[in-house]
Design a protein around this ligand. Structure first.
Ligand SMILES: [Fe+2]
Length: 232
């Protein structure tokens, strides 16, 4: 069933917890007492080269609904707590209908995706929609396995990030609202307690996003990433 839009093998490995245990857990660089942002599985809908945006832009090319959210924070060096400038943040989420762009002919390519760069204060910022849960594709073998295990196909609400920066370890992660329904039964075992965040009522920032009507923005998330430098 795999093709350029779908990877059933990776999905099966996620539903069996193989990638979380064998890849994510084995490659994460967190050590005891470390404040580094935890890693999480890549998921099956990653794309390498989404549109590059300015901080304060929206990742929504085609609005299908959803509550508009201002998502911002800083990228920090875990050892020094100093801001990391020039970090690339590849971010992606599904649309309000629970589908990623490559699953949905009604969305333009790379909808709800973007690449941002942290500024000299380590800050990043973008507009997105409030996260929604979605079922992983379950019309194939992964779905059969989930049924055999008596598990539902839903992912807890989440948004994906891949952070890369010269002289720092790459960080692949997902962050999730702390009040989500599926935190205890996520279909691919991707919930980690230190990756939970809160959506708070929006306070307009000084930064104004292009093409974003501030009156329509309902939520705000403030989330910092702490990344680890390579050893010299
Ligand atoms: Fe996802």
């Amino acid at each position: 069933m795999s093709n350029s839009e779908r990877n059933e093998t990776l999905l099966i490995s996620d539903c069996l917890e193989w990638r979380r245990i064998l890849v994510d857990a084995q490659t994460q660089i967190t050590s005891e007492g470390d404040k580094i942002t935890n890693s999480c599985i890549l998921g099956t809908f990653y794309t390498a080269n989404p549109p590059r945006y300015e901080n304060g832009d929206s990742i929504t090319q085609k609005y299908l609904g959803g509550e508009v959210t201002f998502f911002h924070g800083r990228v920090l060096d875990v050892d020094t707590d100093l801001p990391v400038a020039g970090a690339s943040l590849n971010v992606w989420e599904c649309a309000v209908n629970g589908l990623y762009d490559q699953q949905d002919p009604d969305q333009p390519p790379e909808n709800m995706r973007g690449m941002f760069t942290s500024d000299e204060d380590g800050r990043y910022a973008f507009y997105c929609i409030k996260l929604v849960p979605y079922p992983v594709p379950y019309d194939g073998h992964a779905g059969d396995i989930l049924k055999l295990m008596d598990r539902h196909p839903y992912r807890a609400e989440h948004i994906h990030f891949m952070l890369t920066c010269h002289s720092y370890h790459r960080l692949i992660t997902q962050v999730l609202p702390d009040d989500d329904t599926y935190l205890n039964s996520d279909s691919v075992y991707a919930v980690k307690s230190d990756l939970l965040l809160q959506f708070k009522p929006y306070n307009p920032p000084t930064l104004r996003g292009k093409g974003v009507n501030e009156a329509h923005v309902k939520w705000e998330v403030n989330w910092d990433f702490k990344i680890k430098p390579h050893k010299m």
